[in-house]
Design a protein around this ligand. Structure first.
Ligand code: HPA
Ligand code: ZN
Length: 340
């Protein structure tokens, strides 16, 4: 069995995926036509050619513009359905997906349109593909905390179907502490908490996410490695890091894949996971991300199994369900003859 086949068969969860970032240029074009929305691109090739970024903000400008074609419940359903098909083909068994309701509210798309479409796709994925999932509502950190509170209020009727809240968008200049009160309110409503931190922002932002927002996971967390005491804390508490290798490469967080910190993260005992972030923009879904780090860093089959196990350990599935998924990995590994 070669590396590709081994990774495909390895049961895995994806914990860092912006559903709007899974909008492939073909679907973007189709939705633009369906909704009579003008796109500043003449063709699918034109769109792909625009995907060259030198930092996070470069990407975000294009990502928010692309999301402009999403208007109806059916659009959000189709977006979700396309992602789950890709995930299942990659051997993904579970996903905890981010969505950005504020981006859509800005265009007059109400919260229920977004949530109902995504929830319908999630139910269908479980029924038809056996893929389970959870929803994580992300607040845009370039907006105010008051706006985040308004979004949480709009989400109120859906909170029984939302696993947690997250924090994304432009990191530098928008420290986690800006959202301490709304994260506390989310915690009081029984929601899990995660935040992007240490992608471009300093280690201090990771500390703030841990101690100010009381997060259950750190999204990215690359720059935590600059702070020894922070690494010790993350290892001690086995805080899951949702690392996104191809995203890191495309947004110039790392210079090349050989310089990616994943090897070091594993050696340090950090609970790192592999994720695709915005696969339509960064050139690959979850399997491509496993393969990219595996070949650039010469990861072993044991490393890949550790990463897949971490993806379930760090998930918001109930403990018994996590144990069941880990046992599935054990059975797979026992049966796989690996020649990497
Ligand atoms: N970082 C911050 N915000 C985002 C990202 C990311 O990688 N993807 C989508 N929104
Ligand atoms: Zn992200």
């Amino acid at each position: 069995m070669d590396l590709d086949a081994f990774v495909t068969g390895l049961p895995k969860a994806e914990l860092h995926l912006h559903i709007e970032g899974s909008l492939e240029p073909e679907l973007m074009f189709a939705l633009a036509r369906r909704n009579k929305v003008a796109l500043p691109y003449a063709s699918v090739e034109d769109i792909r050619a625009a995907y060259r970024f030198s930092n996070l903000q470069d990407f975000l400008d294009i990502y928010y513009a692309g999301a402009g074609v999403l208007r109806t419940e059916e659009d959000f359903h189709d977006l979700g359905a396309a992602y789950f098909r890709r995930l299942a083909a990659d051997g993904g068994r579970h996903a905890e997906i981010f969505f950005d309701p504020q981006t859509h509210a800005d265009r007059g798309v109400p919260f229920p349109t977004v949530a109902d479409g995504l929830l319908a796709a999630m139910a269908a994925a479980e029924r038809e593909l056996g893929v389970t999932s959870r929803l994580i509502l992300c607040f845009l950190r370039h907006l105010s905390e008051d706006e985040a509170f308004r979004t949480l209020a709009e989400a109120e009727p859906y909170l029984d179907r939302i696993a947690g809240v997250g924090l994304d968008s432009s990191e530098v200049g928008h420290p986690p502490g800006k959202f301490a009160r709304v994260f506390q309110a989310a915690g009081e409503r029984g929601l899990k908490r995660v935040a992007h931190a240490g992608e471009e922002g300093p280690p201090a932002y990771v500390w703030e996410a841990l101690d100010g927002l009381r997060v259950d996971r750190i999204d990215h967390g690359n720059r935590a490695l600059e702070d020894e005491a922070l690494v010790a804390r993350l290892v001690r508490d086995q805080i899951t890091l949702t690392v996104c290798p191809l995203s890191n490469l495309k947004l110039c967080v790392v210079e090349d894949m050989a310089a990616h910190p994943m090897r070091r993260m594993l050696d340090l005992g950090l609970r790192a996971t592999v994720n695709s972030d915005d696969p339509a923009y960064f050139g690959g879904y979850v399997k491509d991300n496993y393969l990219a780090v595996a070949s650039a860093l010469e990861l072993t089959a044991d490393d890949l199994v550790t990463l897949a196990r971490n993806s379930f350990k760090g998930s918001f599935l109930p403990p018994a369900e996590i144990d069941r998924r880990l046992a599935e990995i054990d059975r797979y590994v026992a049966g796989a003859v690996v020649t990497l």
